[in-house]
Design a protein around this ligand. Structure first.
Ligand code: TPP
Ligand code: MG
Length: 411
């Protein structure tokens, strides 16, 4: 554990990295990394409080959003045309394709609602990080991909798996820790991969996936078959070394890559505004000589349009693009009980009003492409799919102790 100061604030970094949990100091005082942030849970993390240094702004998560026209794209760096071309309309998407996007987004939400409740009922093991609220990012990006394209995910990976076409039964069985799961029940939520559909895996190491999928981008370039690779990662990961190293080499070698930052404005309990000097992660693209795009991550049409342009650029050998999707997770960092959450109820409620599913549903209704009855029927089908996945998982056997060392590799 390293201890130091950031400005006038106590800062404790645990061996676990930047998770931001309250840590006990040698002198017995409990220290929070965030003494200046509101503590709506009643103060477990705030025994040491100091005012911010004179002249220093008190940062909140909103800083990154202020002044940004999130309903419309702003293109940074080299491709200013993107700003005027991309908007919140279903360009080149048939009603069937739009309904399929809605269904995928609702599947992600219902899958995680069930995963959350089954986790709290003690039926799911390990850690569960919910993606609820961010569904438009995974679905919008994957809608712009072809079957053979490859993606990599994060610790918050259910949405990416579902958007790329993973099997719900094998996913739920993995969360339930059963032999029929994607990792034979030995990996859990953060270790779901399906190479058949180009899903190279979730990853418990923040920013770890960026390096792996950049290797996949290099392989795609060497294969020369037009395949591309997509890296999903968070705002927190964008501060880690692999992000910078990989964008640099991908840009220099014009790798067929799309880098998608899911900026939900927090890395665990740390507000992005605390750790990013610039309001937009996408602004960093200029440092690597590639386009950077800021997009409203709760607008699935804007996301898919941005992704389509980045994909076309990658496929035609022009190199990578960095897309930053501004979004928000509705639930706490993980489903673990008792973790600190410094976000205010007001902020969470504000973002719930920007529900990406409600928005897409409204757009479909406005086009006359969906009625309330259609929506109820779709939701019913989605719930039935989730129920079938749970039944499959619950009826599957646990791995046996003698399976523990199978499928293990060491270098
Ligand atoms: C290398 C590493 N450091 C720290 C952690 C602990 N950790 C898990 S998730 C997380 C926050 C990641 O934030 P972000 O990249 O913004 O993704 P989000 O959770 O917001 O989707 C942290 C610090 C980890 N898993 N790996
Ligand atoms: Mg984040």
């Amino acid at each position: 554990m390293a201890e130091g100061t950031l400005g006038s604030r106590a800062c404790v970094v645990t061996a676990g990295g930047v998770g931001g949990f309250v840590t006990a100091r040698g002198d017995g005082a409990r220290v929070s990394k965030f003494p200046h942030l509101p503590d709506r849970k009643g103060g477990t993390g705030r025994a040491v409080e100091r005012p911010p240094a004179r002249g220093r702004r008190v940062l909140t998560s909103k800083v990154g959003m202020d002044g940004i026209p999130v309903a419309k794209l702003a293109a940074l760096a080299h491709d200013e045309n993107l700003a005027t071309e991309i908007g919140s309309t279903p360009v080149n998407l048939s009603p069937d394709e739009q309904r399929a996007m809605l269904r995928q987004m609702q599947t992600i939400r219902r899958f995680e609602e069930r995963a959350s409740s089954d986790y709290h009922a003690g039926k799911i093991y390990g850690v569960v990080h919910c993606y609820i609220g961010e569904e438009a990012v995974a679905v919008g990006v994957c809608a712009a991909l072809q079957q053979g394209d490859q993606i990599i995910s994060t610790h918050r990976g259910h949405g990416h798996c579902i958007a790329k076409g993973a099997d719900l039964k094998r996913m739920m069985a993995e969360l339930y820790g059963r032999q029929t799961g994607y990792c034979k029940g030995k990996g859990g939520s953060m270790h779901i991969a399906d190479f058949e559909i180009g899903m190279l895996g979730a990853n418990g190491i923040v920013a770890g996936g960026i390096s792996i999928v950049t290797g996949a981008g290099l392989a795609a370039q060497m294969d020369g078959k037009g395949r591309i690779a997509v890296s999903f990662f968070g705002d927190g990961a964008s501060n880690a070394g692999p992000f910078h190293e990989c964008l640099n080499i991908a840009a220099a070698w014009k790798l067929p890559m799309v880098y998608v930052c899911e900026n939900n404005m927090y890395a665990a309990q740390t507000a992005a505004a605390e750790t990013h000097a610039m309001p937009d992660v996408a602004g960093r693209a200029a440092g690597y000589g590639i386009p950077g795009i800021v997009v409203d991550g709760n607008d699935v049409f804007a996301v898919t349009q941005a992704a389509a342009r980045a994909v076309a650029r990658a496929r035609t050998g022009e190199g990578p693009t960095l897309i930053e999707c501004k979004t928000y997770r509705w639930r706490a960092h993980t489903e673990r009980i008792g973790q600190p959450d410094f976000r205010t109820e007001e902020e969470i409620e504000d973002w719930k009003k920007k529900d990406p599913i409600v928005r897409l549903l409204g757009q479909l209704k406005a086009q006359g492409a969906m009625t309330d009855a259609d929506w109820q029927a779709m939701d019913g089908e989605v719930l039935a799919d989730i129920e079938a996945a749970v039944a499959y998982a619950a009826a599957s056997p646990f791995p046996k102790p003698e399976h523990a060392l199978e499928d293990m590799y060491a270098a």
